[in-house]
Design a binder for this molecule. Structure first.
Ligand SMILES: [Zn+2]
Ligand SMILES: [Zn+2]
Length: 112
């Protein structure tokens, strides 16, 4: 599974205009090109269940359950716990970006 480097949402497999396999962010439109073999390996299950919204929810929940929890305040609901993960941006010399997802309301935000 991969998360969007722009907004932190889960990237889902998709096909672009040229018929190439990509990972697409459903909330901000970010698109990442990947090798076909790579995406099929990582997203085999997600791809299969993309037509079954109920099962997809279960997978996402499993994914979130494995993330560590930080004591930070959610800017939306004020809850003081959030799951977090870090992503390296394209350039290796840039700092890691930390993403948070509120354990209570699910709001996701990033720390600059
Ligand atoms: Zn995004
Ligand atoms: Zn919240």
């Amino acid at each position: 599974m991969e998360f969007c480097p722009k907004c932190g949402a889960l990237l889902m497999p998709d096909v672009n205009e040229e018929g190439k396999t990509v990972l697409r962010c459903k909330s901000c439109g970010y698109v990442k090109e990947v090798e076909k073999g790579e995406i099929e390996e990582t997203y085999r299950i997600a791809h299969h269940i993309s037509h079954e919204p109920r099962e997809e929810m279960i997978v996402v929940k499993e994914e979130v359950r494995t993330l560590p929890i930080a004591r930070v305040q959610c800017p939306k609901c004020g809850n003081d716990r959030a799951y977090y993960w870090q992503l390296q941006t394209r350039r290796a010399d840039e700092a890691m970006t930390t993403f948070y997802r509120c354990t209570k309301c699910g709001h996701t935000w990033r720390q600059y």
